[in-house]
Design a protein around this ligand. Sequence first.
Ligand code: MG
Length: 347
Amino acid sequence: MKLKLHSFELRLRHVFTISRESVEIQPTLIVELEEEGLRGYGEATSDDYYGATIAEMSAALEAVRADLEHWTLDDPAKLWEKLSPRLGNNPFAQCALDEAAYDLWGKKQGKPTWKAWGLSAEKLPLTNYTIGIDTVETMVAHMQEFPNWPIYKIKLGTKDDLAIIRELRRHTNAVFRVDANCAWTADETIQNSRVLAELGVEFIEQPLPPDQWDEMRRVYQQSVLPVIADESCQRESDVERCAGHFHGINIKLVKCGGFTPARRMIGLARELGLKVMVGCMTESTVGISSIAQLLPLLDYVDMDGALLLAEDVATGVTIEQGVCHFSMENGCGVRLNQDGAKPTRQN
Ligand code: MG
């Protein structure tokens, strides 16, 4: 296989704010694997919270370039295992490579990746559209830019969280999900859950900082709403501990290192009776098309990242009012736009 790295700066439609940060330009790394004229793509964005930079991801992938060039793709999971000792401490790079391998693998078989896994696309969960933190008037306006969605995910972690949800509720009957990104206390979460349940909220994502397991157990027992782990569930080894502390987990491909561990995490979560969600970063249609392959396995999905962008760098799946439409292409369905957003560098 040949390896190519493309990095882009993705400009967002609006500044996107969560409890700990604001983003206007999102750097991202797209990995391309080519074999016999077929190309597979995967993505990982930079991320301050998880300490992922484009430079470190690129360096990690450059270090395995020679191995990739001697490898003929047969089973992407075998490639993941082989490179795991060298990429394991850089799950973002590992993810982008694994997504590219599974896109190429499906293309080599002439099938969408989900179909090559033997999944059925009869019943798929709807995705939410995410509203970042802003003044409540602006949050209402951002929701109304994407009207009639069945589900909105609202970022919280302000002094006025309940007032925000009350005001948004005046403008829609859609289901709400809330994500506090670690900004609440246990007591606040338990109290908020009662009010939010009355306001049509489906679940609360990551209310507490990830190290507060004892407090989280109390929330798990007393919250009226289900609580879903995001920052508390990063790697495969975190899933087991989430049982008894959360009702479900939000898997992100970049956090865990790609499809290979994510599919095992889904299996383990099911055995433990946990609900399964997959979430996205603010990323392009490359990463979003990867997430779509897992849809048949999920209870919930948050895959609106590319809709938050002012310009995309690829074609693949499309999303209309929460419904994901698969691409006509095989694999994960990705095709990189050669004349899309301006690349910052190409190797
Ligand atoms: Mg989250």
